[in-house]
Every structure is written in C-alpha cells, then in structure tokens.
Design a binder for this molecule. Structure first.
Ligand SMILES: [Zn+2]
Length: 358
C-alpha cells in the first residue's frame, strides 16, 4: 500500500550518488559517476558543482554538458494523456522546466506571461494538483493562450500609465503540479508516494487535525492521505517556494469534478465563474485553500470543474471572462483590497464540509 512508503525517501538521486561514490572502490566508481551524471543532469543543471576530489584516472574524461529538459519530449508524453491539449499547442506554450521536480524527477514546468511594465496584479494558476483531474491541465493550457492574447492585443504601456488594465496582470502558470500521478496508468489523484498534495501544505491545523481527519472522517481513504508530516513531498515544497517568490495577489487552484467555485482568504469572492457558482465548502487540514487563504492571506479560488476529463471551450471562455472582470475590479478599486484585508479573521471557518471536494 503506497501510504506505507517512507516519504523520507522522495526518490531524489543525489543521495544514492554520494553513497555509491564514497565507499571502497573509487576506480570502479568512475563508470558509475559518469552514468549518474546523466541521471542527475536535470536536477543539478542549475547547481554549481564542486571539482571532484582526487578523481581516479578513469574518471578523467568530463561528463557530457548538461542538457536541459526538452519541451518537445515533455509534450510528446503529456499531450496524448490530456484531452484538449495537442502537441503543437503544448510546444508553443513556452513552458519552462525550472528547478522543481516531482518524486520521479519529472520537471514541474511553469510559464510566466508578464506585462511589458511592472505588474499591478499577479495570479498564480495551478492545474493537475490531483493527477486524475485532467481537465484542470486543459484549462491551464487554454488560459496560457488567453493571457498571451491579452498581452498581444494591449496597446503601448509605459511606467507613467496610471489606470491599470488587464494587460498589467502577471500570470504564472503551473499546468501540472503532480505529473507522476497524471502519467501513472491509470492516472492517480495522489503523487508517487501516495500522498494527496492538497492535504500536505503546512496549515495551522495540520499537526492537530490532518491525521485524525484522514483516519476518522475519510476512513483512511488512500486517495486522501495527507502524508506523515506537512511538506513531506517535493511537489508541495516547491509550490510554497513559488508562492513566496512570486507573491501572487490571487491563487487559482483548478480541480474537478464537483462543479462549484470555492473561495478562501480575503474577500470579496466572485459570485460565479462561468457556470460555477460560489459555494464555500469550508477548509481541510493541509489544503491549499487553507494554506494560501488563511496562512498566507492570499485569496484562493478553487475551481471545481464539472467533469474531470472534459471542459467545453465555451465554458473555458466564460470562466476566463468572469475572472478577468473580477481582477479588473480588484485592480481599479484599491479600497476593495484594503477592506478585504481588514475583514479577514483567520480561524473563523471550520472543517466539516458535508460534501467532499478538491
Ligand atoms: Zn482535486
């Protein structure tokens, strides 16, 4: 059972390298070093390496230069698995591999769509937190194209332009936070350690509530295992780094298939996005809504699409348009944000949603 696997062994190749190279037979390790260099390239591409101490003669030949993960190869794996994402669109998406990796070492690709001038509002959009919710990945790719369209159609901007527009919004897209889950056959909600990433964030109630909630309320549902401790998983650790680095004004977390809009953090919430009606469902220990909304004080919209595999193009457009309207209101009415901050009272919401979502 995957829940019994040790999350202390997240599958990163760095430790095995140290264990293999240091013992007894350095000469025999030369070939291992070369082989491991190939394995480690994606992980260590951005990490300066120390010169190898007293390398044996057979290790004198330098390993091949680091090759960054290739988007075309990634798209060849992803596009066939996700309805509505074709190969050309994936390749044209401009995704970057960055430094984040899943348990299995798959890059956590991102894409920043940025204004020409300093942004006046920043949105972090997350798809594929649960690997079996394919439509959330479809939405992310569709909205990458839409946000680029906003930038392309924007008139000239200067730093002296005072009235903010939607072209002043910076987007960071993470179309697939849980690639190991999605690429598993069949796709899984949990990551490769059997952890529900959306229960693994360091919320204030995690230590007290996460395990009891999983045991008593979910009856040890393996699809909702929160991990043995918060941030036990590389994917959740990487995501909170993104939040801290990007400083979003809004986090949009896309799920399926419950067909509603949830909202955590400073109000005001939109009443609807497309056909998804606002229907706050409470919080869960370790969920992103709980962490982002209450710990980080950032509004978190959780979109629960109606179908985990398919999202109609018309619905994608309607949700996008409604979200654009909401963002414009936030940018053009600073009082809304200020009043929202004052009205936030952390801890007033309670666990106990009768319905199971996200
Ligand atoms: Zn979900």
């Amino acid at each position: 059972m995957k829940n019994n696997e040790n999350p202390d062994l997240p599958g990163r190749p760095a430790r095995p390298a140290a264990i293999l190279v240091q013992p007894r037979r350095l000469a025999a390790a030369a070939a291992t070093v070369a082989a491991l260099a190939l394995v480690l390239l994606p992980v260590s591409a951005n990490v300066p390496r120390k010169p190898a101490p007293a390398a044996p003669a057979k290790a004198a030949s330098a390993p091949p230069a680091a090759t960054p993960p290739d988007l075309t190869q990634w798209c060849a794996r992803l596009a066939p698995a996700v309805p509505g994402v074709d190969l050309p669109a994936c390749r044209a998406s401009g995704l970057q591999p960055g430094a984040g990796r899943s348990v299995h070492g798959v890059p956590l690709w991102t894409n920043d769509v940025l204004p020409a001038t300093p942004p006046k509002f920043k949105v972090l959009l997350l798809g594929g937190i649960h690997g079996d919710e394919l439509a959330s990945v479809t939405l992310a790719f569709d909205w990458i194209a839409r946000s680029r369209g906003v930038q392309a159609s924007a008139g000239p901007r200067t730093t002296k332009t005072t009235q903010p527009t939607l072209a002043d919004v910076a987007w960071r897209f993470v179309p697939l936070l849980n690639p190991d889950g999605l690429l598993h056959s069949p796709s899984t909600r949990v990551n490769a350690h059997g952890v529900d990433l959306n229960r693994n964030f360091p919320t204030a109630d995690w230590a007290r509530d996460a395990q009891p909630y999983w045991i008593r309320r979910t009856k040890r549902d393996p699809r909702r295992f929160p991990g043995l401790r918060p941030l036990s998983e590389p994917e959740s650790r990487w995501l909170i780094e993104q939040i801290d680095q990007f400083h979003p004004d809004l986090i949009v977390s896309v799920h399926a298939p419950y067909g509603l809009l949830d909202f955590d953090g400073p109000p005001p919430a939109p009443r609807r996005l497309g056909s998804l009606q606002l229907d706050p469902v409470g919080i869960y220990p370790g969920s992103l809504g709980n962490y982002g909304g209450l710990v980080k004080n950032v509004p978190v919209m959780t979109l629960e699409l109606k179908n985990a595999r398919v999202v109609p193009p018309r619905e994608l457009a309607a949700m996008w348009d409604d979200l654009q309207r909401w963002i414009r209101e936030q940018m053009t009415n600073p009082g809304v944000q200020a009043s929202a901050q004052r009205s936030l009272v952390p801890g007033t919401r309670v666990i106990g949603a009768a319905r199971r979502v996200d």
